[in-house]
Design a protein. Structure first.
Length: 148
């Protein structure tokens, strides 16, 4: 598959901690991605510092006591960051009436992003690339996306 990113299309490259909003200044055959915005998630300390130290217990009337699953604070933070990223994308997309969106994220984060897309934004998604490219320089992201 040879990914073609139209002129002025948005490319959102993100993971659970960082989101980069890039705009294609070039054309579909030779993209030139420019950074429009970078967002980073708030600090996420260790689970022991965030909540209860032990999962709760449930006393059953007829069966033995059972444990409940503890809250995964990191997963909640990642989900909130995905929600915030899509909210920022909606603002930018609707304000400038861009021509399409490409989502680039690791598979787990891509699933979280998909969950928060509304119908209008979902219909404008040109492609989804399941790679973690947030630590790559922009020219490397361009090269890797053209080969995707």
């Amino acid at each position: 598959m040879n990914l073609r990113i139209p002129h002025d299309a948005l490319v959102v490259v993100c993971d659970a901690r960082k989101a980069m909003f890039l705009r294609n200044d070039g054309d579909a055959s030779l993209p030139s991605l420019k950074v429009e915005q970078v967002r980073e998630a708030a600090a996420n300390p260790a689970t022991a510092e965030q909540g209860a130290d032990r999962p709760g217990r449930i006393q059953n009337a007829v069966a033995p006591t059972s444990a409940t699953e503890g809250t995964d604070w990191h997963e909640l933070a990642e989900n909130q960051f995905a929600r915030d990223t899509i909210a920022a994308l909606k603002l930018g997309y609707r304000a400038d009436a861009r021509r399409g969106v490409v989502l680039v994220a690791p598979p787990r984060m891509l699933a979280m992003l998909r969950r928060h897309l509304d119908e209008e934004l979902r219909s404008s998604v040109l492609a989804e690339v399941d790679k973690d490219l947030t630590k790559h320089p922009i020219h490397e992201i361009e090269r890797l996306l053209m080969g995707a």
